[in-house]
Design a protein around this ligand. Structure first.
Ligand SMILES: C[S@@+](CC[C@H](N)C(=O)[O-])C[C@H]1O[C@@H](n2cnc3c(N)ncnc32)[C@H](O)[C@@H]1O
Length: 264
């Protein structure tokens, strides 16, 4: 599925994300990223891996295409629909299923060597694509912990959970603007910008996505939970993971990756 101008103004968030990914992954994921992710998984020594925040399949479909089969799941039907369509387009026959993280132990009978939740996805536990005017911080915190416990439950002893948390969460500032510049979408010059703001007191982060083309500006805003590194470590321990390290998958990537192992 190629990016289309209509996806920017339409109401299918998965299609909208195809256009976003063109800019975002173009900046933060080098063409080597899928190979580096595969090498990272091989270093962990894992075989049966679930990407539990597969979204539209970036970068997991590339990893599968390169010969490392993954299972994919996501909690947003429009993202998953695009992922399934793209997998079919590429002739990839892998399990792709809909599940909120907290429902995973009910939705799958499988036990995995690793569960991936990359791309700062965890911070949008209740709010992805929904444009909620308000966010319940207590509910988000509770659901993050319950999600980590669900990941624990579907892991084999000795298995790993890998949680990506955007590097900006490690910086002592309260705003980040990422200007992705202009790219052609169906021959039309499109300018894309992200504005991320977070409030350390309320723990709310806002993620504003801006597209400018043909003299108009199109804006979407999502709210998320301002999860900080130490809180993620605390929640991982509460969920049952005693050993946590931060590991690099690829230079220049968007996330720091928290790797935590279930006891043997
Ligand atoms: C930043 S996107 C990453 C997607 C993927 N890396 C991509 O670019 O295609 C975050 C993903 O996490 C998923 N997500 C957020 N909260 C979730 C939850 N509670 N359960 C399952 N998936 C969730 C969203 O639906 C979304 O696809």
């Amino acid at each position: 599925m190629e990016p289309k101008i209509d996806y920017i103004t339409g109401d299918n968030f998965g299609e909208y994300w195809i256009v976003v990914a063109e800019f975002y992954h173009g900046k933060f994921m080098s063409p080597r990223y899928p190979d580096l992710l595969m090498q990272f998984l091989k270093r962990l020594g894992v075989k049966k891996v679930l990407d539990a925040a597969c979204g539209i399949g970036e970068p997991s479909l590339d990893v599968v295409e390169k010969g490392f089969p993954l299972s994919l799941s996501d909690g947003d039907a429009s993202m998953l629909g695009v992922c399934q369509a793209r997998a079919k387009e590429r002739g990839l026959d892998i399990p792709i299923f809909h599940s909120k993280w907290i429902d995973l132990p009910k939705k799958t009978k499988e036990i995995y060597d690793a569960v991936l939740c990359l791309d700062s996805s965890i911070t949008y536990v209740n709010t992805w694509a929904q444009g909620e005017p308000a966010i319940s911080i207590n509910r988000a915190r509770y659901n993050i912990l319950e999600s980590l416990k669900a990941f624990y439950d579907i892991l084999a002893p000795g298995g790993y959970v890998v949680i990506g948390l955007a590097k900006y969460a490690f910086e002592d500032s309260d705003e980040l603007i990422i200007d992705y510049g202009t790219r052609l979408v169906e021959g039309v010059p499109v300018h894309h910008i992200w504005k991320l703001k977070w409030d350390f007191a309320t723990k709310i982060k806002s993620f504003t996505l801006i597209f400018k083309f043909a003299g108009k500006t199109h804006v979407k805003e999502m709210l998320g939970y301002m999860l900080l590194p130490n809180e993620l470590k605390t929640l991982l321990r509460k969920a049952g993971f005693p050993d946590i390290s931060i590991q690099e998958i690829a230079p220049g990537e968007y996330d720091n990756n928290f790797v935590a192992q279930k006891l043997l």
